[in-house]
Design a protein around this ligand. Structure first.
Ligand code: KET
Length: 452
């Protein structure tokens, strides 16, 4: 759609200088011009002091910079998307199969999905997250609604809390966290505060810091948690630490909100990667879960996700959850009306078929296994090269990302000198490494670390 831009945004206000009208040829011309094309003498409802130029999203900006780089050596370690050993996006074989089934289904059409999404998808998504034998499912005190991937699920949860949560309306997020958490919550009027998470010295979890900050947060605060494969650090609490966290959260009547974007990507085992959420549910917490299928199905652009609300056990649990579900449906209707079909159909086919499900688990092992190989290999290479510092954190960390400990200056040098792209905080997407570029990467890191 062609949109005409104003000839000069700066000049707009001077054309209305009527005191000089008619007194000089220039102002007479301006006057005539504003009659011929009054809109060009324009004003906007959105001047720069009201709508300032926003910076580009750092992650998607990084992706664009990588694409524009013409070096044959370039390495993309930016966005958290799986790549195969040839640095190519990987369509999961099981997804190809499901896609084939879908395309050959004569009954398929493009009608609207229900507001809450495809039921065969949401019910299995809940089982996947909570476990088929979850008390919340047995007691029918959970509600699941299909969303625009994980981002949409976090947003729907945030919106629901903004409207209905009467506790301390602040969400505590890990420092650092997925940068979008801050925007999503602040957009709906819920400010974020941070709890310590990453210990720069050990490049592991600052568990005491995390626990104490959660303990010190005002009663009934919202606590955002990554169930596994923490983004960006790759550092997760152990199950025992989760148990301690649950105790603290319970003692302060906090409200947990889990953002699950990497189930199956950490250990390769779906149940193990959901253990934290399942433990909290077993403990009877009322909580929210955002679930993404972008990474574990490689369906990034198809936006398949689900939002789950679980209420605490009790005689009124079922009526509570039905009230919550009814309000979620209203929010969904006004936000997106109903969710997209394709990705959810693929996931639904796989989750509802034992054979396809087993194949999916295999595909997950392929992805998490390759990432673990790259971790081992990177650590070994850096240690072999004698790169200053310790590198055990590369293999201690888990999931899609490693928080390397590289400084912003080192990151920028790697980009400039070696065409290696990673976020400024030193996060690398492990899946961007492969048998062909890992030597190059290790040597470049060695060079930069040794000379700074
Ligand atoms: N939660 C977390 C923790 C997360 O890392 C992502 C994506 C999402 C939710 C949203 O994923 P979705 O595609 O909406 O299902 N993270 C990667 C991509 C991005 O930033 O959008 C990333 O950090 O690279």
């Amino acid at each position: 759609m062609p949109v005409s831009s104003p000839p000069s945004s700066q000049g707009a206000s001077s054309t209305s200088d009527s005191s000089a009208a008619g007194s000089s040829p220039i102002s007479r011309l301006n006057n005539i011009a504003s009659h011929i094309a009054p809109k060009m003498a324009s004003t906007t409802n959105f001047p720069s002091d009201v709508v300032p130029q926003a910076p580009e999203d750092p992650l998607f900006g990084l992706m664009a910079a990588f694409r524009a780089d013409e070096s044959p050596d370039k390495v993309d370690l930016g966005i958290g998307a799986y790549r195969d050993d040839n640095a190519k996006p990987w369509i999961l074989p099981v997804v190809k199969k499901a896609d084939e089934i879908l395309r050959n289904d004569p009954d398929l059409n493009h009608e609207y999905a229900p507001i809450a999404g495809i039921q065969s998808f949401t019910s299995k998504a809940a089982e996947l997250m909570l476990g088929a034998d979850s008390p919340a499912l047995k007691e029918k005190r959970s509600a699941s609604i299909q969303t625009i991937s994980g981002t949409g699920a976090v947003h729907l949860g945030a919106l629901f809390l903004a409207k209905f949560f009467k506790g301390n309306r602040t969400v505590y997020v890990s420092n650092p966290t997925w940068a979008n958490h801050h925007q999503i919550f602040s957009n709906v009027g819920i400010p974020t505060k941070q709890y310590p998470y990453f210990d720069k010295k050990t490049k592991g979890l600052d568990f005491e810091g995390m626990k104490n900050a959660i303990k010190d947060a005002p009663e009934r605060s919202i606590i955002l948690l990554h169930p596994c494969a923490h983004n960006p650090t790759g550092v997760d609490p152990t199950l025992d630490q989760w148990k301690e966290l649950a105790e603290v959260i319970r003692s302060k009547n906090h409200f947990p909100f889990f953002d699950s974007a990497y189930q199956g990507f950490a250990s390769g085992n779906l149940a193990r990667d959901a253990a934290s959420v399942r433990y909290f549910v077993e403990q009877g917490f009322e909580l929210l879960i955002a679930q993404s299928f972008a990474k574990n199905f490689g369906l990034y652009g198809e936006r398949a996700g689900c939002f789950h609300a679980v209420t605490a056990p009790g005689p009124d649990a079922q009526t509570t959850i039905s009230r919550i579900a009814s309000q979620l449906a209203i929010l969904q209707r006004s936000e997106i009306s109903n969710p997209p079909l394709y990705g959810a159909r693929i996931v639904s086919l796989v989750l509802n078929d034992a054979k396809l499900f087993a194949e999916w688990e295999d595909n997950l092992t392929t992805m998490s296994g390759r990432i673990m190989d790259m971790r081992n290999s990177l650590r070994a290479k850096l240690e072999e090269l004698g790169t200053p510092g310790t590198w055990n954190h590369i293999t201690d960390q888990i999931g899609m990302f490693s928080f390397t400990g590289l400084t912003e200056e080192q990151v920028m040098r790697l980009r400039k000198e070696s065409h290696i792209y990673m976020t400024k905080n030193g996060r690398i997407s492990m899946a961007g490494l492969n048998t062909k570029n890992i030597d190059y990467f290790a040597k470049a890191v060695h060079a930069v670390v040794s000379s700074s």
